[in-house]
Design a protein around this ligand. Sequence first.
Ligand code: PHE
Length: 507
Amino acid sequence: MENEQRKLREIELRILKALNKSKAEMTISDLEKETGLDHVAIIRASAWLSEKGLVEQKETQEVYAELLREGYEYVEQGLPERRLLNTLVKLGGSATLSHLSKETGLSDKDLNIALGWIRKKGWANFRKRDGENLLQVKESPTLGYDEELLKVLKDKGEVEASRLSNEMRKTLDSLQKRELINMRQETIRSLILTEAGTKLIQSGVSVTEEVSNLTSELIKSGKWRDTVLRKYDVEAPVITIYPGKIHPVIELINEIREIFLDLGFTEIRGPFVESAFWNFDALFQPQDHPAREMHDTFYLKFPKTAKLPNKQIVQNVSKTHENGWETGSTGWGYKWSTKVARQTILRTHTTATTIRYLAEHPDPPVKVFSVDRVYRNEKLDYKHLAEFFQIEGIVVDENVTLRDLMGTLTAFYKNLGFEKVEFWPSYFPYTEPSLQSTVYVEGFGWIELCGMGIFRPEVTVPLGVKVPVLAWGGGFERLAMLRLGLEDVRDLYRNDLGWIRRTPTLF
Ligand code: PHE
């Protein structure tokens, strides 16, 4: 007891005193009112008191009902069925539906609701007369539980479900279904003195003076020797706060940016609205390539046509498509159309952005990347979005090889935390050789991420590029899902506030 006495702090004493005075269980909010202490202080102190066996903490669930906007309106004006009934009574107790609907002043929606409830509550008989619906009051009903409850809710703001009679509680459900009220569940914490606590308080305790701020004054004067310094309790409960923060998706994009910047790359961006020329033609994709078809690519009505780059480049590209021009290729052997190349689309990959950049910067060395949005006409499901991000990049330099490409991607993946990386032969119309990369993820197996390769001469020669260009590009969302533990890609962009709050900043 001696020991306890020494340790008791002012806040704890105040709580014990309040509990002793009330001789009953008190909720945290009761204690707030009684002691004037704030919520967190009481929670902290009660954790300590309960650990010392001086109080017992209890948790109970309480359901609160509160009025929704429509509920407020109904309390003011009366439930629609009540208003309809009043009109019916005013009209002499019986009326045709068309007459009634003219007289009530209810909206069509409320009129339907009113008719439904009048029928359900059995307030009136429905008959047919001369092909017309006739309503007849059965009895003049007294105020229902639902109407009473709405009034109480309006006066009190909210009620605790456990304080209501059985009938009233049933009424809560029906009012909730009508979306007039909202039910909210809360955990109520309360405290009660234990025997030890009662003894302690009745034996007349004194409070220790504790210092929580060690000042220079205390040190200089040497008084610190005699003061009791308050100990830090790093496990003390605190209120959860949700400060503004960066969205997890942007957080990961920034991390990817950071990695490429560290590897010596520069970030580039390009337009979302692209010409078919940069998205397809410059990448040696023939104009009848299936990927250009409507079901994959979004074509724009406004603006309908795009500007093409300088004539020289357009001519080189067109000849390359037709007969291979000076690239050493035989080309595709068809008549290339400027009109098709000028079509405007939403870019389907960010390779449109790197190729654009390459045309403007044909001389080595170039190391650029982009993490940006692309669009495809996909049916949305747990795996597919119509608007998503791609991670893209190129390296332009003398003597760079496929090994450098694999090395760069391996470094990138390792920095992201993927240790096992493998490369497989693959195919893209604009690279030769082409590879696909997969990474191993515990619990998932091997996952495909970026496609890549060395741009074909049919792509580089028309732009005046004389050295090898390493290129890669791939989806971002799958990475994000792995990182964030999501199984449905749509969850990334639902902006579910709870999820955003729960997701730590460093995931
Ligand atoms: N553009 C390709 C895609 O969208 C990826 C890719 C980029 C492949 C660059 C090779 C070179 O899947």
